[in-house]
Design a protein around this ligand. Sequence first.
Ligand code: ADP
Length: 253
Amino acid sequence: MALGKAGSKVTSAVAPAGEEHLPHDLAKPLAIILFGSPGSGKGTQSKYLVDWLRIPQISTGDMLREHIRAGDDLGRAIQERMRAGKLVSDESVNQLVFERIQQPDAKRGFILDGYPRTPAQAEEMMRLLTNVGAGEVVIHLVVDYNIIISRMSGRRVCPKCGTLYNSVSRPPKVDGICDLDGTRLVIRDDDREEVVRERLAQYERQTQPLIEFFRAMSDRLIEVDASRERPETVFERIKSRLQVLIQGGLVQA
Ligand code: ADP
């Protein structure tokens, strides 16, 4: 997904009004590990969580892309693998996360997005969290793949101005035509149904074993259905479950 587009979608996500923020005196830094497939609304939920909790989002994908842009040693080493859609080595991402979570802005906690992605990363992450004394909460945005596929394959984009439409949630006034400049809308390559299915299958292969890992070893796994309800409602669910964990002392224990 193009960064700019994902970014603008996230920026437009306004957290539900009247939020009180989490207490600043949590006994432990709060580590939120966020799992969500393509199309699950993970970007929007991340934004809500950042706004509410005032802790940074740490995206390994963004950090890796930053190194590629900078053209440094790491950037050059990972460029080919990333371009091919392959995972970067566990050592590289573990090291990045190790350094990032020790930055001053991560003192109260952080949201891990895109990490861990392999069992070896999950084990290393648990070690890192113990080192910085953080308590973890895993959030899994559960989706019905058929709903996601119809949602994503209903997406259309104007090739001229880049405006995004969706035949279900945001249809153009005239079917197949951009409201703004009258250009015929197209389907982006990575929104084609067979590509969406492949991305979901890949995510499933990678992530399912990790969810099992956290089910077995953590009593702080929050699973919410993210495919049927509006993003604000999904966030309310996450929020109340998190508050229960915090009030129950689990996160501070
Ligand atoms: P997407 O969710 O579309 O895969 P990301 O931005 O999370 O996008 O990741 C983009 C790429 O960055 C991945 O395909 C992979 O090459 C690399 N990457 C990101 N996070 C990790 C990770 N935890 N371990 C290994 N590679 C990673």
